[in-house]
Design a protein around this ligand. Sequence first.
Ligand code: SF4
Ligand code: MSK
Length: 626
Amino acid sequence: MNQKFEDLTITKDGQLLLAKAEKDQVETVWERHQAQQPQCGYCDLGLSCRICVMGPCRVDPFGEGPQKGVCGADADIIVARNLCRMVAAGASSHSDHGRDLVEVLAGVSEGTAPGYRIRSVEKLQRVAAEYGIETEGKDPLPLAGELAQAMMEDYGMRQKQIRLVDRAPQKRRELWQKIGITPRGIDRETSEMLHRTHMGVDNGWQSLLLQALRNALSDGWGGSMIATEVSDILFGIPAPKPTTVNVGVLKEDQVNIIVHGHNPVVSEMILKACESPELLAFAKEKGANGISLSGVCCTGNELLMRHGVPMAGNHLMTELVLSTGAVEMMLVDYQCIMPSLGTVAACYHTKMISTSDKARFPGMEHREFHPDTAEKMAMELVKEAVSNFTHRGRTYIPVEPVNAIGGFSVETIIGALGGTADPLLDAIKAGKIRGAVGIVGCNNPKIKQDYGHVTLTKRLIENDVLVVDTGCVSVANAKAGFKVPEAIEMAGPGLKEVCGALGIPPVLHLGSCVDNVRILVLVSALADALGVDISDLPVAGAAPEWYSEKAVTIGTYFVASGVTTVLGPMPPIAGSMNVVKLLTDGLKDVVGATFAVEPDPEKAALIIRRHIEGKRKALGLAALDV
Ligand code: SF4
Ligand code: MSK
């Protein structure tokens, strides 16, 4: 590579493993990104269209070439349609993940999902009551069945609105009703979005974007929220637990297994198998001192949140962890799994296993997990991983792991505050905490890995802004040392005092990408306690290194819910100034929040702090000049 490794990632393990990968002639995401330069300018601006076969078409951004596609669609229509399709893809990804969990919940109720059980009866009863189901005197299993059926209805078209929308503050729900974006069925909104973007259907760029808001809300308050709630019911409500992060979590003397993807249905079973006395004894037989399970990306975050399972890395580390030569098996489910991984693994002894009926990858063995056979399959696969230990060659684990604490569900946070959001509100009112920011999303080779996340987080906490994070950001921030109680030394005086008194870090790990809904629930609780709408709160969202369609959907449901959100990489919309103006300004008059785009995290921190102080002022709270 002709780029210095320090220019690609701020992480020590990343830099050292990039050198190792180069030595081993392993191609990485950064090289492929470089090989793609220059990337297509039309696509970058959102000005190319492949929706039908009269095309592909493109609009000349300089006004010299064609200004319309073959069908007559102009830049505004083409850009809006492309963005809407990203939202639909992101919403369907999260929501389909949610559906898989609902099927397991139904299976547990029917006795067809051995190995799974209801771990939180309390949450089952609470969510069932929200669905209008009588819970009094009912056993958990039939209740789980009723709840699963009710959630399935949320996916269809028999409801006027999806049920968990009722969790939003009343003012927000009234606004959605007024502008016609209350989400109906989860699948319905995605399906309608795709219909409207077919050639010759909705050619109003504003009405298209309005449907994109509704589609994103169907994910945020629907599919993703169901995914999180059912995961809590099946696997337990997360509570703070110590853990460790970075590639140093791999063990020289143990069998290393990594889970990658998003769905805890697979990873929870693998964890159970790793703890089985029979397989631990088998590992001893093979000369290993144990079986060490760790995660990458969000399925790892799910295990970290509930069990303190360590995280070997985030999105851009997924190839590099294999180049340690210390991984016996990587099991993947779906989303964010680079199709290159099988090729990387082939350079080492690592076995690659795909587990989902809907996700296949080159160079991986496909061993499908289904609720009825998952427990057995997990035992078989972990046994194979243990057998593979004897094939291990030289390993390179170049760093020591960093300590962190994860597992901050809303229940935990409110519990730590003494049962209500009031102490947090009091700290905000007193100005000890200026506000709160949810930093979410991925890594992207367009941005130095983790630089955006870590810089933004640092600037916010040192200015007394509480940070909550999810997904790959949460791993970046844990690697940077923000997630131990001692990290309050990096916080401003007010945040330090509040977090110090509660014994919590200034940056709270809220979970995986679907767990962004925990942020929605938290801001709703704050808004309700203050008697205002979410858009009135001194809060913001940020996605400094996002790459995926899911992140577009998350950003869109944040904004539609009233949370102004700052993106690092520019979405492909710059080809239409009308779309840019609507998303970065006009939406303020529609939903009380907007997007902003700022790749420099130092500047993004200033934008966010100004926004927070502006909201404080409007609420009559003491505000600073930023
Ligand atoms: Fe071209 Fe219109 Fe077809 Fe798009 S929908 S490819 S702009 S003809
Ligand atoms: S895994 S969507 S890279 S956060 Fe959820 Fe990370 Fe982004 Fe995937």
